[in-house]
Design a protein around this ligand. Structure first.
Ligand code: FEC
Length: 318
């Protein structure tokens, strides 16, 4: 019989319907309900995005299914079977539900991976902490992938998307080298970097590697989607960066949100609606690279990290 290894595939999570936005937002705010104005503002953002209210849910479902298929194709001739379970940070099925489902299926060895390539104690660190606590309770031994921001297949996937969009700019008459490429990611409170968090450095390393692979003569990194709290968040924010580029007479901008792997609110609203509106006011053309979603190179990145972390070959020899 094949050795069964559980894979806890963790992602941010999104509400299932508009009437669940309040509970979701309250969970993100660690139990503090949003004010009616804050809630209305978030509901308005979900209502505005193209492609359905909550595309992240379907995208995560598809990514989890595709990862399981990729893992089992890559190990078809081995004595191991990977079974994927979804665990979301702020929505059902929660991280704890995913671990419990694994245990209920009689699986006692698991690997956890997050659908976000860069480690921060505030992001991946939080996912792992919750999964580990539940795993101990449920009697599952788990190992975790902490980051995969320089995996060659991930870099290839991002670089191909950048090159494709630059081709389109050229076809539309732009000079390739004059298109300003902006790599972006979700901002975090400044204090995380002061605490020695690797998040910013890992994002710059990804940007550097993608820039090299796509043969960019120049690129810039900028933050997006900063939280609505009083403390300072990492900047510059993309909306300020666009204004700065406009002052330098830049007309064409390509955004590559390398901190995200799916189409969701922070891409479909913050970039496709908010940033594009500002770019239009500044008379700039702004495009963004396609999200990875179930891109095979991304699925292979995840599968490779899971296989390496699970060390199933060693288990097989035991
Ligand atoms: O499509 C969707 O429904 C969900 C899109 C979504 C993703 C996402 C990813 C990350 N976040 C990260 C950090 C923070 C911090 C706060 C925070 C707040 C929000 C709010 C919404 C939201 N985030 Fe998010 N995030 C997404 C959505 N995020 C909605 C609440 C309203 C707002 O502030 O806009 C501040 C709260 C706190 O202190 O926790 C910090 C990071 C990521 C990327 C890594 C990951 O995916 O886990 C980091 C997708």
């Amino acid at each position: 019989m094949k050795l069964k290894i559980g894979v806890l595939v963790m992602s941010y999570g999104t509400p299932q319907s508009l009437d669940q936005v309040e509970a979701y937002y309250t969970h993100i705010r660690r139990g503090h309900a949003p004010t009616p104005e804050q809630l209305q503002e978030l509901v308005g953002r979900y209502e505005a995005i193209v492609g359905g209210f909550f595309p992240l849910r379907e995208n995560t479902d598809k990514q989890v299914a595709a990862l399981q298929e990729t893992l089992n194709q890559m190990t078809a001739d081995k004595n191991v079977e990977f079974v994927c379970y979804q665990g979301l940070k702020h929505a059902f099925p929660f991280i704890e539900d995913g671990v419990n489902a694994m245990a209920a299926d009689g699986i006692h060895k698991g690997v956890g991976i997050v659908l976000a390539p860069h480690y921060s104690v505030m992001s991946i660190g939080g996912y792992i902490k919750r999964a580990q606590a539940q795993a101990q309770e449920a009697g599952v031994t788990m190992k975790f992938v902490e980051s995969y921001h320089l995996h060659p297949k991930l870099i290839d996937a991002f670089a191909a998307r950048v090159a494709k969009k630059l081709d389109e700019f050229e076809e539309a008459g732009a000079v390739r080298d004059q298109v300003q490429v902006l790599f972006s990611a979700h901002s975090l409170p400044e204090r995380t970097v002061q605490m020695g968090d690797p998040y910013r450095d890992q994002l710059l390393e990804t940007s550097e590697a993608v820039g090299r692979k796509a043969k960019l003569s120049s690129w810039q990194f900028t933050w997006q989607s900063a939280g609505r709290t009083a403390e300072p968040w990492l900047g510059p924010d993309i909306l300020d960066t666009l204004k700065e580029l406009s002052r330098k007479q830049v007309e064409d901008v390509l955004v590559a949100p390398v901190g995200f792997v799916s189409d969701h609110l922070e891409v479909l609203y913050d970039l496709d609606i908010e940033a594009k509106t500002v770019a239009k006011e500044l008379d700039m053309r702004l495009e963004r690279i396609e999200s990875l979603n179930t891109e095979p190179l991304y699925m292979e990145t995840l599968a490779d990290m899971v296989m390496r972390t699970s060390e199933w070959e060693r288990d097989e020899d035991e």
